[in-house]
Design a protein around this ligand. Structure first.
Ligand SMILES: [Zn+2]
Length: 192
């Protein structure tokens, strides 16, 4: 389990910004891990803001809801730059489903972290074809801390890193739940 090396608390030299990335396939518990860290920041009486792309309307409009229904209030935003405008006065910024933002999210999280904010982002690291999901590779590269969480393969019960799409739809972004995807290990994803 990830133990915070630092909660980004204000020290002699001011607040310490950093970027943490939580990545993995669908059903791997990314959002649960994001919520766990944000809840701990709230317990530490830090000011926390949570954002998600407005594209993800699977669940509630204004909440980050994980599959096991832990709820934290969040703000849907259309563009990455909106986060800079809205994050103003907080200690910790959480961003869920970060893979749905365009490349502008990279300078945005950099600026937040450089301004002394602890930024925690969660997102899919691969698309349904097993290819890196931009802009996650860039975020992984510039993060201080990276956590890859794993699901369980629906075929064989091993650890799973891939999101297998059950329908024939070829569009990259297809929001769906258990009926559209299943987690698979490498062997079962590629049918090796
Ligand atoms: Zn498997």
């Amino acid at each position: 389990m990830f133990i915070e090396p630092s909660l980004g608390k204000t020290g002699k030299s001011g607040p310490k910004g950093q970027l943490e990335v939580i990545c993995g396939s669908m059903f791997s518990g990314k959002t649960e891990e994001l919520i766990r860290r944000l809840n701990r920041a709230l317990i530490a009486k830090q000011r926390v803001e949570i954002f998600k792309p407005a594209i993800d309307k699977r669940y509630d409009e204004n909440n980050v809801v994980s599959h096991n229904e832990n709820i934290i209030r969040s703000t849907p935003v259309q563009f990455a730059d909106d986060i800079l405008l809205l994050a103003g006065n907080c200690d910790v910024v959480g961003i869920d489903e970060v893979q749905f933002f365009d490349a502008q999210i990279i300078p945005v999280v950099e600026q937040l972290a450089n301004n002394g904010i602890r930024v925690i982002v969660a997102g899919l690291d691969m698309d349904f074809e097993g290819k890196p999901f931009e802009p996650m590779p860039q975020l992984l590269a510039i993060a201080e801390y990276v956590t890859k969480v794993h699901a369980i393969c629906m075929k064989c019960g091993d650890l799973a890193s891939y999101s297998f799409r059950l329908s024939g739809d070829k569009s990259k972004v297809m929001l769906g739940e258990k009926e559209s995807y299943e987690a698979r290990c490498r062997k079962c994803f590629y049918n090796l």
